[in-house]
Structure formats: C-alpha cells, structure tokens
Design a protein around this ligand. Structure first.
Ligand code: NAD
Length: 751
C-alpha cells in the first residue's frame, strides 16, 4: 500500500507565517512516496517515525528521491511531504479513502503534529501544501493551521529555477531568533508581512499583476532583512540574472519580472514570477547566471494513493542486505544479485562469466593487443546511501577488500547508513599561454571576452550542451614570475553524466587559439586538469559505538582507537598515504567495475589530499556523543556514459547493478565504499590488527597457489591459519597432509 504527497514551493509569507500572517504555498509535481512494508525497509526519518508512533503503526518506507536533483535536495519540503505520505499510506492501509477531503484533513492534522514533534520551529505551511495540493493560503491560528485552497490568476506565469549550488538558511533563522526585537529587523519583518497580505489580497481578487507586485515587495523586504542580519537571503545570482536580462534592479521599485527565492531565502529554488513566460534566450541567460530551469508544475493533487508502478516497486524492493551471501555458491550469488538489482540472469551470465570482453573487441579498443586480462568481479553488500539500498560492484584482485567493505557497510547501516552529496560535474579545460608580454593587459582582454570564450567552448561540444552541460565559468591565472611570461586559462565545463576528459580536451583545443590572440601570446598545452576540485563528493556516516565492538573490546574502546588512528594520519603524511590507500581500495574497485578511469581518479584524489602543501587523509573520524562520525571528501570524475562503457558489457552491467541514474550518484556510491573500506581498516587496526582478518582471506589464495582446488582450498586455508604459517610452502605441506602424500609431491601440483 503506497501513498504519494507533493513537494512545495513558498511564494510569499516566509517568516511572516510564523507570526500569524498569510503565506502562499504551491504544491508541485514532484512526489514523496511512502509504502507500508516489511521492517527491513522502514524509514529512519524522524518525522516518519513520529507519524508511525502517533498512529501506533509500523514505520513505512520512504522514497524522496524525486525531490532531489543530482544528489542534492532541492528544498521542496521533503520532510513535510514524507510525513504526509507516511500518514496517508498508513491510513490507506487501514482502509481509509484518501480521495475523501475529510481524510486528507485528518492526514494533515497527524502529519502536522508529527512534524512539530521533530521540527517545532516549522510553520506547517509545507505540510498543508503536501496534504491538500494546489495553491494554498496558509495562516497559523492558535495551535492549529488554517489552510484554504486558492486558484492562481490565469495570467500569472511562474517557472522554477534551481540555484546551481546550495545555500544554507539555518544561520539566518538562528540570527533572527535572537534579534527579532531589534528595530531594523522588526521593520524588515513587517515589510515581509505586508507583502504577504498583499499577496493574499491579489489572489483573492484574481489579479496576476498585483500578485507579481506583491512578489517584488517580498523580495525587497527579504533582501533588507538579509542585509540587517548580515546574511544574504537573496542570493547574488538574482542580481546577476537581472543584469543579464536587462531588468532594472528590484530595489528600484515595481518590476514586471520578479526573481523570488522560494522560502526563507537563500534556498535552492528561485521562482520566475511574471505575467509572461521567459523566452528561450532568457532561459539560456538565466542558466549562465547560475539559475537553471527546473521542470516543475503545480500539482492539483494533495496526498493520494499510489499503487506503485513497476519501476517504483522495483526501486523499493532493491535491497543490498543479503545475509549469508558469502556462503552461497557463485551461481546462487548471481541469482540473489539478479533478483535484488532487477537484472536478467542471462544478461548477467553473459556479461561477467568470462570477464565480459573478447579479444576482437579489445583489439579495437587499444593497440598491440595480444589477449584479454580478467580480474575477479564481486559485490559489496549492505550499502545504504541517503535512505536507499545500493549494491556496489567491485573489481579488485586484493583479498579481503570486498569482505571488509561489506562488513563495514553493515556496521554503518546500524547508524542509518551513509549520507552523501556531490558537486555539479565540473571539470577544467586548461589552456597554457606563453610569451605573454603584458600579463595585466592579457587578463583584462580575456575577462572582457568571457562571454565569447564560453560560447566558443559550448560550440565545441554541442551534444553535451544539448544534454544540459557546457561551459560554466572561466578563470585566468598568472604562473611563475615575470621571467616566465606564462599564464593559464581554466574553463570550467559541466560534463553532466560523462567523465568528460575527451569533451574537455575538445573545449581546450577549440578555445586555445582565440585566447592566445586575446593575450597576444603563443598557445601552449591545451588539456583537461585531473585535479577536478569543483567536482567533489562528500560522504558521512555516524556509527553507534556498540556497532564497533569486537569479541575482546567495547565499542567505545574501538572508537577511541579509530579516532587516534585518524589523528595519526592527520599529523603524519607517511600514515596518511596508507590511510588513503585503504580508502582507494574501495573507491577504485567500484571505479574499475563501472569501466571508469581509475588513473584519473587516483591522480585527482592524491593531488586533492596534498592541496594545502602537505599530504593529508581524505577521511577523518571523530567521537561525538557515543557515536563515531566519519567524513570523506574527494574529487571524483566518473561517467555513466561514454568511455569504456561503450565497449565493455561487464562495465555496463556493473553500472546497471548500481541503479545510478547520474554520474553524481555513481560518484557518491564509490565514495561510500571508500569510507567503508577506511572504517574496516581503522577498526581492525584499533582492535585485532590488520593481519588477522586479512590473513584468513589471503590464505585462500595462498592455498590455491599451492595447488589446492575445490573443497581443499578452504581446508588448506583453515589449516595454515591455525598453524600461523600462511605461506605457499606451508600450504603445500598442508595440502600434502590432506591428500596423504609426501610433502614434496605437491610442488608438482602447483606448477
Ligand atoms: P566520451 O569521449 O565518450 O564523451 C562522452 C560522450 O557522451 C559525448 O559525446 C557526449 O555528448 C555523450 N553523452 C551522451 N549522454 C550524455 C550525458 N547525459 N552527459 C554527458 N555526455 C553525454 O568520454 P569522455 O567522458 O569525454 O572521456 C572519458 C574517456 O577519456 C575515458 O575513457 C578516459 O580514460 C579518457 N581520457 C582521459 C584523460 C585524462 O583523464 N587525463 C585524457 C584523455 C582521455
């Protein structure tokens, strides 16, 4: 049984609604789905747990991914929609009809109360939009909330635009909490309230022009509140966009086009509010100014039953937790993965049985081919990222990497799994300029031609631009001293779902000549930079101490040792190198499995680790209130299109297994496996030492090298571990003993 609830956008009345003034909120057609399911998939979101508690029901599963874009929340009110969808799913499960308006009101009351349990500061306007749908005027009344649907004037045009980066508003809310009585702050708040009333009146009169004017007044009031609090609430992109569009600054009075930050300001979505739609040229200019079009429409439906479509059902059924997986035969493991990741068994068999690549394809891929070289293909289980289970394909030759990462991911799961976010997929094209006689003049000329260069860069990659990518920014730097006469121009290209090396190289080559002309210089190298520090991934986990305990040590003791290990790496580059190698064990295995360029990833990661001039750990660990918190940040240029994926069926299958829909999602997965590997290594070193677990697994390859086959591999491995003699000679002796042969004869078996 599933229910869906829409996300929301605030138009007017943010802040003011908290003091009893009206707010206008729109429900939008991106939905959170809640499903009443078995315990394994239960959501850990506090507002959903609170709904279930209030209804004395099991906690439903939640899919809020449609409210995210490229791994980043859009600020469409996912927690309000999750609470509403959860209450809707539970009531529908109990036989209530969500098409009945009184049931939707009941859902609103429950979700509102549960939402306040966990977010007492919220206005509840987002909950009302999610429950009722459409455009809603909301105002607080005592402890309750009045919410009335309203029709938008037909001439009113609104379009959503996404800021290409996140802005935080919690600082502003905190500052406001302490300064609301100050005269300037109170004046700005009164202006917001006045705009809120004007917005309500305009809608009730059905006047689009008046509503746009109320929007303009709201933006002005928000900007002055931001100035008073010394925290920008209207992002600088808005002024920049008005400038490129040739619109008067909003501070100068009435405007026929308003760019309005939705919500408390600074948020991720900006509304175009006018009595006309933006033209194509205006949309392109807005995107250049950092405001990208976001496909959103008004959702006339509030919470409603969603009998899951096939795709949705499959997404929710995906589990990365398959207990006892390692004990299964290879064939049974394939079946389990095929089932969980919704893969076809024939496709899976065909792609990975023999390495997935034949000699003739290899011959067309690189030069001087004489054969194909295979490596083991495995899966890391238990990975949960931002509330979703993900199966991680791994290609790696080192024993214990996969077991360690799976085990660590299971430990992280006990703390709710990983949270992850990824930057936009930006990679720099570098153009070296030589014999620059007048560096300052060159800087000026290049800066003045910024728009021309970016357009030229876009023209070099039309396919990428058509898919929403392209040149975003440009930076010129002087290198060395006057005697070097050298500059570099970095052009930052959004590569969307490609790794981007070839694309970016094409850009560098296309713009090199023109840059040299502008700088009166000679063009040198034109190539991408693999230090893509604008394309970073950040992942985090919070593990309860108990989950870290071993047979001999308490979780608190292990956590302390791990934090000490982290500090060791932070203070010593020799240790940091090995610390990072452990992280790359996990990252590289996913990168290789999905056909990505691991040399590029390695080069970028280590350069990033040394960016302050000293080589440092990419991940660090700290104890926080009975939890160990790990954070990892590294640049990751991965692709889900192009490159090796064109030719390698196993890489394509690996990618399908992950379910990644964007390059950013794949990068988040690789980073989470990297943090798992790091956790496993640090935990082992803080407790039993690395060799105990490692040797147990290494023993199996030693046993194979000594000639053991079939069941004998496990028997011999066990024996040499017990004897503490994990060497090929030791294994030969153990094998001879198993086979009842003289010790020397097994040498022959091994060769
Ligand atoms: P690519 O040459 O295959 O280009 C990607 C293609 O996919 C483009 O034609 C693009 O238009 C198309 N595409 C389709 N859908 C797309 C989407 N949603 N988003 C983006 N593009 C989309 O591959 P690439 O990513 O430009 O380059 C990767 C390859 O380059 C790797 O094989 C890498 O090993 C190699 N390489 C690396 C370096 C380096 O890292 N220094 C240098 C040279 C080459």
């Amino acid at each position: 049984m599933s229910a869906r609830a829409p996300g929301k956008l605030f138009v007017t009345g943010a802040y003011a609604v908290l003091d009893g003034h009206p707010a206008v909120v729109l429900a939008v057609d991106r939905y959170v789905t809640a499903r009443v399911v078995e315990y394994e998939h239960a959501s850990t979101r506090p507002e959903v747990v609170a709904v279930a508690r209030r209804l004395d029901a099991d906690v439903p599963a939640i899919d809020a991914s449609p409210l995210e874009e490229r791994g980043r929340k859009l600020g469409l009110g996912s927690s309000a929609a999750a609470a509403v969808a959860a209450a809707g799913a539970i009531l529908a499960f109990r036989g209530e009809d969500l098409d009945d308006a009184s049931v939707r009101r009941q859902v609103l009351d429950i979700a509102l109360a549960a939402h306040r349990d966990v977010q007492p500061r919220g206005s509840g306007a987002d909950v009302a939009a999610a429950a009722l749908g459409g455009a809603v005027i909301v105002r607080k009344s005592g402890e309750g909330l009045d919410a009335s649907p309203v029709t938008l004037p037909p001439r009113l045009c609104w379009h959503a635009l996404a800021l290409s980066r996140s802005m935080r508003t919690s600082d502003a809310l905190d500052a406001l909490a302490t300064r609301s009585s100050e005269r300037e702050v109170a004046r700005a708040l009164a202006a917001i309230a006045e705009a809120a009333h004007a917005g309500e009146d305009a809608l009730q009169r059905g006047s689009a022009e008046e509503f746009v004017a109320a929007g303009a007044a709201h933006v002005r009031a928000l900007a002055s509140l931001g100035q008073t609090l010394d925290r920008p609430l209207a992002p600088p992109e808005l002024d920049r966009a008005r400038q490129v569009l040739g619109l008067r600054p909003i501070a100068e009075g009435a405007a026929d086009v308003v760019l309005l930050p939705s919500g408390a300001g600074g948020g991720d979505v900006v509304l175009w509010l006018a009595t006309r739609a933006p033209s194509d040229d205006e949309l392109v200019a807005l995107a250049k100014a950092g405001l990208e079009p976001l496909r959103l429409s008004l959702s006339s439906r509030g919470v409603h039953r969603a009998d899951a479509g096939d795709a949705e059902r499959k997404e929710m059924a995906r589990t990365s937790r398959i207990p006892g997986f390692f004990k299964l035969s290879v064939e049974a493991r394939r079946r389990a993965i095929a089932e969980s990741a919704d893969l076809n068994m024939h496709e899976l068999d065909a792609a990975i049985s023999h390495g997935g690549l034949d000699v003739s394809t290899s011959d067309k891929t690189i030069e001087n081919v004489i054969g194909v070289y295979a490596l083991p293909f495995a899966t890391t289980l238990n990975v949960r990222i931002n509330g979703h289970d993900v199966i991680a394909p791994m290609v790696v030759e080192e024993p214990s990497v996969v077991a360690a990462a799976s085990n660590a991911a299971r430990i992280v799961r006990e703390g709710g799994g990983f949270t992850a976010e990824a930057d936009e997929p930006i990679v720099a094209a570098q153009v070296q300029l030589l014999e620059v006689h007048d560096v300052e003049d060159a800087h000026r000329a290049i800066e003045a031609a910024r728009a021309e260069i970016l357009a030229k860069a876009d023209a070099a990659v039309p396919g990428l631009v058509a898919r929403g990518g392209g040149a975003r920014d440009l930076r010129a730097r002087t290198l060395g001293g006057p005697e070097d006469q050298m500059m570099v121009v970095d052009v930052f290209v959004d590569c969307r779902d490609a790794m981007g090396a070839n694309l970016v190289n094409s850009v560098a080559e296309a713009i090199g000549g023109r840059l040299a002309e502008l700088a009166h210089a000679r063009v040198g190298f034109r190539i991408l930079s693999n230090l893509c520090d604008r394309r970073c991934v950040r992942v985090r986990c919070r593990v309860p101490f108990e989950a870290l305990a071993t047979d001999d040590m308490s979780g608190a003791q292990v956590a302390r040792g791990m934090e000490e290990g982290s500090r060791f790496a932070e203070l010593d580059s020799y240790r940091a190198t090995t610390h990072n190698k452990g992280i790359m064990n996990g990252v590289d295995a996913v990168v290789m499995a999905t056909g990505n360029d691991w040399r590029a990833v390695e080069a970028g990661a280590h350069a990033f680790a040394a960016r302050d001039g000293r080589y440092k750990p990419l991940a660090t660990w700290r104890r926080e209130q009975n939890h160990l918190v790990g954070s990892l940040e590294l640049p990751l240029a991965l692709g889900i299109v192009g490159g090796t994926l064109r030719i390698h069926p196993a890489a394509r299958l690996a990618l399908k297994m992950t379910g990644a829909r964007t390059a950013m999602e794949l990068a988040m997965l690789a980073a989470c496996v990297g943090l798992s590997s790091n956790l496993a290594a640090l935990r082992a070193m803080a407790s039993d030492g690395i060799q105990r677990g490692h040797m147990g697994l290494h023993a199996r390859s030693v046993a194979s090298a000594a000639g053991a086959t079939g069941d004998l591999v496990e028997k011999v491995a066990k024996r040499i571990c017990e004897l503490g003699d994990v060497t090929v000679d030791g294994a030969r002796r153990a094998l001879a003993a198993e086979l009842d042969l003289p010790p020397t004869s097994t040498t022959v078996l091994a060769e």
